[in-house]
Design a protein around this ligand. Structure first.
Ligand code: FES
Ligand SMILES: [Fe+2]
Length: 439
């Protein structure tokens, strides 16, 4: 049984050969996912190998390791990794596991080092991963002169960056990163082009939270325009009452509930090849931007990119980049699976290099208000993820329904464009998940 498929595999178009006619061929217009895809420990173990072991995984941003010797620890699926900026200025990603008896070598989140000493028995590695020294090698009871010492930390065979976003893969044959990102590149481009230099800096510490639910809930939710008015009802009512006086700074526009509803049902959704789901909606009233508090800033961006593109840059864009990276507002979000029903999410607000300090400050404060530890929004979401997992605990009902907007998705090359609150972005995840899990 294919756990993601409904009764007919035609609901899942392989990414290598997407064909809209196969979707429309579904006589019953169904797109359903089996409960066990979120709950089964066997499926979870398979995902670690077939999804997290095979595709590109976001591990960090190059502004976190700007100088030679800088490092950052991260994960690829369950596997701890360490990213280093080597003496040759290249970015390396290693499995953060001592070749001796397996202890995590680097325990800090971020820092600068000339070498790494394993805390267990003191074996030493360079920032290029090479094993430099075996402690007490020749002491009594030590290693023979013929001891065949490993070369060093396990190096992930593929590491590529796109505009500072560092991705790594255990799969030497994974497609080129730019091909993999596809249409998701436009979301990254537009978010970064809000910076006059085209660069962002991750300066703030991330807000990290764990929830009792499957990792795919977060991947689906960050591009789920449908849930906002319901899951975040309390926030919506607050915004309706106080508008931007809540310090929203345009992250979530205030106004009447009717106006907020209109905003949610505007723009496009995308189901993209390789599993990326996208929401995009260009800004409407550009005069407000060009003549507002940050008018000079927007005018110089207009001179740089043109009026049409500025509307996209200033507009709303969000992406769930399969399987573990989210972009929304002015933040990078990443999540890592811990168990079928346990996930850790890290939210990194970023600064736009070269933007007015007040703009970055305002954005950071508004991120905190919705996504921070005491924010209105993040708590709603993780609560709903846990409820979602609870709801899937029984097996009386087997299938989940992801058919919203299915009949109105339109194929564009390898992707499908959907109407504003379609579940096209969620179907993107399952299309790629099904492809990887079926091989
Ligand atoms: S486990 Fe690292 S030195 Fe022993
Ligand atoms: Fe939400």
């Amino acid at each position: 049984m294919s756990l993601s498929a409904c009764e007919s595999p035609l609901h899942f178009v392989p990414a290598s050969a997407p064909d809209a006619s196969m979707l429309t061929h579904c006589a019953d217009h169904r797109f359903r996912v089996h409960t066990r895809a979120y709950t089964d420990p066997g499926v979870f173990a398979d995902e670690m190998k077939k999804v997290f072991g095979r595709t590109w995984i976001y591990v960090g941003h190059d502004s976190e390791v700007p100088a030679v010797g800088d490092f950052k620890t991260s994960h690829v699926g369950m596997q701890p990794v360490v990213i280093t900026r080597g003496a040759d200025d290249a970015i390396n990603v290693f499995v953060n596991r001592c070749v001796h008896r397996g202890a995590v070598v680097c325990r800090e989140a971020r820092g600068n080092a000339q070498e790494f000493a394993c805390p267990y028995h003191g074996w030493i590695y360079g920032t290029d991963g090479k094993l430099i020294a075996v402690s007490e090698r020749r002491e009594p009871g030590g290693y023979s002169p013929d001891f065949d010492a490993p070369e060093g930390l396990f190096r992930l065979p593929r590491v590529e960056t796109y505009r500072g976003f560092i991705f790594a893969s255990f799969n030497p044959d994974v497609p080129a990163l730019t091909d993999f990102l596809g249409h998701a590149k436009t979301v990254i481009d537009r978010k970064l082009n809000l910076s006059p230099t085209g660069r962002i800096v991750l300066r703030s510490r991330p807000f990290v939270v764990r929830y009792q639910g499957n990792w795919k809930f977060q991947a689906e939710n960050i591009v789920d325009a449908y849930h906002f008015l319901h899951t975040h009802k309390g926030f919506v009512q607050l915004q309706a009452k106080f508008g931007d006086s809540t310090g929203d700074f345009g992250v979530h526009k205030g106004g009447s509930i009717k106006a907020m509803r209109k905003l949610r049902f505007a723009g496009s959704t995308w189901n993209c090849q390789y599993g990326h789901g996208i929401l995009e909606n260009p800004a409407g009233d550009m005069d407000g931007y060009l003549n507002g508090e940050f008018g000079d800033f927007y005018q110089s961006l207009q001179a740089q990119h043109g009026a049409d593109e500025l509307a996209w840059i200033a507009g709303k864009g969000a992406a769930s980049i399969f399987p573990n990276l989210g972009l929304i507002h002015q933040q990078i979000r990443t999540w890592r699976p811990i168990a079928p029903d346990m996930t850790e999410v890290a939210i990194y607000p970023y600064e736009l290099e070269g933007a007015p300090a007040a703009f970055n400050e305002g954005m950071l404060r508004s991120q905190e208000r919705f996504y921070g530890p005491a924010g209105h929004g993040a708590a709603d979401d993780v609560d709903i993820f846990a409820r979602n997992q609870q709801g899937l605990a029984g097996d009386a009902v087997e299938w989940l329904i992801l058919e919203r907007g299915l009949d109105t998705d339109v194929a564009e090359g390898q992707d499908f464009r959907g109407l504003p609150a379609s579940e096209a972005p969620q179907r993107a995840l399952w299309r790629e998940w099904n492809r990887l899990m079926s091989v």
